[in-house]
Design a protein. Sequence first.
Lengths: 329, 163
Amino acid sequence: MRLPEFAYLAPEDLQEAINLIGKYKNQYAILAGGTDLMIKMKQRLRNAPYVISLDQIAPLKTIREEASRIIIGPMNTLDEIINSPIIKAKLPALRQAAWKVGSPLLRAVATIGGNICLNTRCRFYNQSDFWRLSREKCFKAGGHICHVANKMAVCYSGFVADTVPALIAYNAIITLAGAGGTRKLPLADFYTGDGRRPNQIQRGSNEILTEIEIPVPGDDEKTVYCKYRVRESIDFPVVGAAVTVKKDARQQCLDARIILIGVGSAPLEAKLARDKMVGRSLDADLIAEVAATAAAEIHPVKTDLVAPSYKRKIARVVVAEALRAAGEA
Amino acid sequence: MAIMKKTIKLVVNGETREIAVEVNQTLLEVLREDLGLTGTKKGCNQGECGACTVLLDGKPVSSCLVLAVKADCKSVMTIEGVAKNGHLDQIQETFNEKGAIQCGFCTPGMILTTKNLLDENPAPSTDEIKEAIAGNICRCTGYVQIIEAITALAKAKNAQGGA
């Protein structure tokens, strides 16, 4: 299938890009790496008269450390994230997560900004035009039914962007820029939880993601990302989990974070599971208890190819694996 | 809307070409349809199978997901550029010898991915080989012979380097 017709725009600085999105409000698609957008356009899930490519804007490709913060430009490819010495040394879980996205062919082109802005997915939605024609349009495609859970007026499409749980566990802050100015917000707040429009940009804020900022983690904490997928070589996660464990000198947990994806329309923080950890030492019993609690906190719906009961079991395994790795010195 | 055209400069297999492309053409479409380089295969057309792999500035990418206009001023190597002066490259010879080829549809992508792997890492472990070809799907061989061929190539390369 071919791409639909569009006009191609490649602004050379950020202000020009912001002017363009102000001018063509809601009629444009932002092109970063294109590994997702090109498919969506071929499948006629996106139809934008204007495609605005950001790859000529040099400041969006920075990776630097300043004032105990790491600043990452959204146009870095996932390969550039993996190969960055700063990220390897300071943000190993982000490197792990970037490595687990797609295949090497995709990571050479796909960007971290694109991964952050990745739309939610569903086995009934992410299909060709022809395939979708055989059924009534679902909520996410602008219709009035859900083929996964057809009694509810809710879109359950799943959030599956691997780098995001690692970034949230690292307390990432993003910058969005639009005609109205620039604002910063914690990455977790960027996501709406609405499967139809899962982030603020998709809700129509007419903004561009311009920067990701991460405080350099302390020596007393460790973050790990673990992922389970059907085909180890290429797939989106069935479940992905980023876990941060912060320990005191007596090896007891001072603080922890558990962020899950693949289990709902936004990244999910397993707070009940986290609360069980504080003040206790992370032994095998506690890991089993916390993993079981996290698995009970999710409410999976069959938006991908595995059954919800299976997903719950996998969540338990993945969280336990991440906890074990994060608990190691 | 009239289809927007743009002239791009591509270095294809070492030869500089100026081509007027439609902005909604993928690099794959330009290679196959405008330049007649049909060695690059169109498989799934959505970045999953790796049949359309080319080396873009030396790195393997799925050409079905790259807009041709985004490849402006870059170098592209396709399978047609691997053999030199009518002689197959050692990678191609070894794939033949080891039976790492059956229907041949994945082979152009597999060869180019292998070329990039061995250029960057002359002594890959089996895990590194599997990791490198993760995006190139083969439905015939079960990958065993392909991994054997790449292992043999790495060994041969290192033996040469050591001599």
